[in-house]
Design a protein. Structure first.
Lengths: 275, 307
């Protein structure tokens, strides 16, 4: 009885999660400007989208920031996760743990406001950043993405078999060598998914970017937000369809990649045991 | 390449201890500067006064005739407590976040249970299906609900055409829409920790319970739920804490009477340009959330250490 109830809830829950997105996709091909009334198939809103320069500029800004923030946060997040998972407790390790978990739940308005006030105070004190823009958004995104990357990489680090690392160390490899030759190749799938997660989080952020942005650094969510405030429009539906499709492809590709890596790892392990 | 070799040589020469400290220092300093220090500045500015200047607040410390004057202005806090708007906004944010968290738990728990009991091959696909929406744009997913809920939206059109109602039901710009939005956006964050916790569950305990004659409902509430307590707490904190400070959802789906503190902070900052009051609003929000945040932190750490 409970079994079938939970199964039913699963399907209802998935329907709840996907129905709104399906509706968006279907109505992005609607001929009419009235989004909720079907008036025939058309792809004209996609063409309209391509002619919207303001939007395309914002897409460029967003992609640039997301790429740089994801890359920086993978470096910082991996270092943080490695320190927490492999180093024995040191003075301040509790604080580091706290600074890794707190950003995961911190309301965005608080993070955004606090970073803006920091940048303003720094500009007064040391004269940098002279103005806010792409760099300040990049710093803000790198900071909160670092926490997510650290969690993803950290769980992989605690899961993995430490005996390989220990064996390398016993055979005389320096810690740096162990990290680059043993640990890094094993946690690569986690780095990839951490990078992708950071990339999508940065691409999606409205609130924090709104606080720390300046003139000329409008990101995609800001443009979408200002037009969504005015109501629904078929262009936004078309844009949503493109975003949903790209993300779906990206997530499935990374899932497939992770599964292949995992499978070949298991195969190698089995082969090693047999020989 | 020469640079790389020089760095490598330095690494080898300075020895393990210095490398270790260097490795710790990089993420540590970054997070200290860009996550912790900002809160101190918010606290400082919450004691300042608004001024028409750049930046738009007064300095706390002034130096006059050899006297260092520190001027702590408690006016912003007094103002927050004197105006009903803020108190109501805090209370209704907590109420809305609590109800949404509970709804997420009620919907997410059976979903997580069903996924954890699915065969190994479908389990991963189901999990992926749950996570996927949270990877696509948050803004877009909230936007989707405007079209669904508005007076001439999909639900009303459907019900009208079926003859079930005579005039559209007002759903958009109400608290109901805010609940729908929060549950929709945060449901995956509830399911993930629950699922992770259920996968660690020792199944022999569940079997023992049913072998001893407990009904499935008894087993659920006396064995499975208590054993997945950590997942329940983690999931609830992941939903509750950010939901209290939510801005986008009440802004797009809520009505004028939907008061949420994240929206109030945004308006103080962007519309009224009152940075000190916005800072005071943030400090009180943090004070309210510090206990849930520390609770979440402890649960996270315990799970990291157990693994």
């Amino acid at each position: 009885m409970r079994f079938s109830f939970s199964k039913m809830m699963l399907w209802l829950g998935l329907a709840f999660l996907y129905a709104p997105m399906l509706i968006l996709i279907i109505y992005s091909f609607n001929e009419s400007r009235l989004v909720t009334v079907w008036a025939g198939f058309s792809t004209k809103w996609y063409g309209e989208l391509m002619r919207n320069d303001k939007l395309l500029d914002a897409v460029g800004n967003s992609l640039k920031i997301a790429f740089l923030a994801a890359t920086a946060s993978v470096v910082l997040g991996t270092l943080a996760a490695f320190v927490l998972a492999r180093f024995k407790r040191f003075k301040g390790s509790t604080l580091l743990r706290g600074m890794i978990t707190a950003p995961l739940v911190m309301p965005e308005v608080i993070t955004g406001l606090s970073l803006l006030l920091l940048f303003v105070a720094m500009a007064q004190l040391v004269g940098w950043p002279a103005s806010r823009g792409m760099t300040t958004i990049w710093i803000a995104h790198t900071t909160f993405c670092t926490a997510y990357v650290a969690v993803v990489v950290g769980s992989r680090l605690t899961e993995m078999d430490m005996s390989v690392e220990e064996a390398a160390q016993d055979l005389g490899a320096t810690p740096v060598k162990v990290f680059f030759n043993i640990t890094l190749p094993i946690i690569t799938p986690a780095l990839v998914s951490g990078w992708l997660l950071a990339f999508t989080l940065s691409l999606d952020d409205l609130v924090i970017a709104s606080f720390v942005s300046g003139p000329g650094s409008t990101t995609l969510p800001m443009v979408v937000f200002s037009s969504v405030r005015l109501g629904v429009s078929p262009e936004i539906n078309a844009l949503a369809t493109i975003i949903i499709t790209l993300v779906t492809l990206l997530v499935f590709a990374s899932w497939y990649y992770a599964r292949r890596v995992e499978k070949s790892r298991i195969r190698d392990q089995l082969a090693a045991k047999e020989s | 390449m020469a640079l790389f070799r020089a760095i490598k040589k330095r690494f080898v020469e300075t020895g393990w201890l210095k490398q270790r400290n260097g490795v710790i220092a990089i993420p540590y300093l970054w997070l200290l500067l860009f996550f912790l220090v900002p809160f101190a500045i918010v606290l400082k500015i919450s004691f300042a006064e608004t001024e028409i200047a750049i930046p738009p607040y007064t300095d706390l410390a002034t130096f006059e005739d050899g006297h260092l004057m520190i001027d702590l202005n408690l006016g912003n806090y007094a103002y927050l407590f004197s105006d009903d708007l803020y108190l109501t906004a805090y209370l209704s944010s907590i109420r809305i976040a609590l109800v949404s968290t509970l709804l997420c738990l009620l919907i997410g728990y059976p979903m997580a249970l069903a996924i954890s009991r699915a065969p190994a091959s479908t389990r991963n696909v189901l999990l992926l299906l749950v996570i996927l929406p949270s990877w696509t744009s948050f803004l877009i997913r909230i936007y989707a609900w405007i079209g669904i809920l508005k007076p001439n939206g999909y639900i009303n059109n459907l019900l009208l055409s079926m003859g079930l109602i005579d005039e559209p039901i007002i759903m958009l710009h109400t608290d109901f829409a805010v609940y729908v939005g929060i549950v929709y956006a945060y449901l995956p964050f509830m399911i993930l920790p629950l699922y992770a916790n259920m996968m660690k569950l020792d199944h022999s305990l569940v079997e023992a319970s049913s072998d001893l004659g407990a009904s499935p409902v008894t087993t659920l509430f006396r064995i499975i739920v208590p054993l997945t307590k950590a997942g329940i707490i983690a999931g609830c904190m992941l939903v509750f804490i950010p939901a209290v400070g939510e801005f986008v959802i009440p802004e797009l789906l809520g009505g004028p009477e939907t008061l949420m503190i994240g929206k109030v902070l945004w308006e103080e900052f962007f519309n009224n340009r009152d940075w000190p009051v916005a800072s005071a609003v943030a400090i009180i929000m943090l004070a309210l959330l510090i206990i849930p945040i520390m609770w979440f932190d402890r649960i996270q750490n315990k799970q990291m250490e157990q693994a």
